[in-house]
Every structure is written in C-alpha cells, then in structure tokens.
Write a protein that binds this ligand. Sequence first.
Ligand code: PLP
Length: 312
Amino acid sequence: MFFYNFRRQNLNEDIFPNGAAWMSGKFIKLSEARIPVLDWGFLRSDATYDVAHVWKGRFFCLDKHIDRFFKSAEKLRMPCLINRNKLKQILAGCVKNAGLENAYVEMIQTRGMSQNFDRDPRKSKPRFIAFAVPFGWILKPEEFEKGLDVAVSNIKRIPHSSIDSTIKNYHWLDLVIGMFDAYDRGHNTALLTDEENNVLEGPGFNIFSVDEIGLGTPDRGVLEGITRQTVIDLAKELNLPFNLKQLSLQKLISSKELFATSTAGGIMPITKINGQSIGTGIPGEITRKLHKIYWDKHTDPTWTSSVEDLLK
Ligand code: PLP
C-alpha cells in the first residue's frame, strides 16, 4: 500500500533554480507554482506565453513583449484579464521576490480547467501564471568567438497554416526532436525548415543572414521575435539594408555571416551549419556591431524600464 508522504513535496525543491512566481493573486516560491493535471494548457498545449528579460535591474522592451502576449491570448480567444500596469507589477514583483539582477521572466496564460473535465474549451476559465528565474543563454558569452554550430533538421517546422506562428506557443515537439537530432550529430542546436526547405527558426531563436545585399530574415512561418524586431530597428538606425524574405538552405550556407536572435542571449553568431563554416568561420563584423549596440541599449531608458520603478 502506498501512503502519500507530504514531506516528499519539498524533497525536489533543489532541482529548481532560484526564482519566484505569481499565481492565483499572490507571489509564491517557484517550487510551489503548479497547475492541475486537468488544465488544458498541460493536456493540450492550449496556452500562450511570453518571455521578457531583465538585465542589470532593467526590463528590455517590456511593452513589446506585453503587446505580443495580449495579441497571442486574443488570437487564442482567451484575452488576458490582467491589465498592462498590473501585469508589469506582477512581473517586476517576481524579479524582486527572487532577488535577481539579470532574469528571464515568463508570463503564461493557459485555457485553464473546465468543470468535470467538460470537453468544450469555452467552459474553462483561463489561468495566468508568471515567474522569474536567473537569465539563461542559448550561447554563453564566453562561447561568443566560437559561435553556434547548428544542424539543419530533417524535421519540418509545424506549418503556419496549422498553428499561427506569430502566436507564441508551446507546440515544441518538432523543435525538441530537432534538438535531440542535432545533439546526436554533435551540434549545439537545430534549425528547422518548411516543406520547401526554406529556413525558418530554431528552438527559441530567429535567424538572420548577412550577404552583399544586407541583412535578411525569414518573412513568414516564424515567431516575430522581439529580438528579431530589435535587430530590424537597429539596422534602420545604422543604415544597414535589410529584407524580410525567404531564405533557402543554399543562400544560408553561402552567407557571409549568420546569427541567431533570442531573448535568451540576444544576438548570437552562428559560425557553422551542419559542420560547414560560414564566411570566415568566426563571428563577422556586422554581427559584432549589432551585438555591441544591442547590449548598449540595455541601459538606455527609451529601450528599458527599471524593476524598482515599476514597483512604485
Ligand atoms: N522563435 C521561437 C520559436 C521562439 O520560441 C522564440 C523565443 O522563445 C524566438 C523565435 C525568439 O523570440 P524573442 O526574440 O522574442 O525571444
């Protein structure tokens, strides 16, 4: 006979990073944040989310993340009931409670749970959760010179015609299987294409190529990343030509420079595709320039907002 031992609940606390969460109207320890097994978010990936980051005590582009989160929730027909100011206070509160200077801050809305497991999604009440954990990188700063070695996966990205790729979602099985394939082949991470072999995106990042015409990034079938938009804005500021366009695998491999963009690490050079060097095989000048300006903007009040100010 198995008797549940309540003390077991706390045993796995040490697998959690330092962090704090908010749900059901209050701040809690990260290890206490949980959803019932019958939540549609868990059983059907019926959820949306967004991730902003805090660097040296300041949120970067927070309003843009909130705009995307509100839009995603609306498109999924579960508009967020928390208003912008309250949401900012919740996110800032998570960072403050966790005592973090540099943080990865996630807001989630799931479809919630319906009474008696009713199969009609309209019967459920959406659930909102937020949490903050220490900032994490797809490519650590000390690996910048080496860059990412990316494997183009045989697995195709879920098509935009099935799931609107501009809704930030947890339909990640294609990306996760792609990562396993990439690791098996000795690479750092994966890049997925569409059925026509146009390059799309990877697990948690968009992609940019640099050639003689300028910067290029896929125009469709991808999440419209906030870091992707930041690069587009910085390109305008620097008078660098850029194009939203389809990127074939051939074009990608013959690029002068390649880089990935993500909230989880910013602008990160890709120096190898399937083991083949890109350009000179080291991070290129444009990548370096954008990377520097991107991080410089992290102290600029027009791009950032202080955690402390949001709590006032
Ligand atoms: N593409 C996908 C599938 C993602 O999940 C993410 C972020 O998690 C990105 C791109 C990059 O978006 P952002 O720059 O907003 O972090």
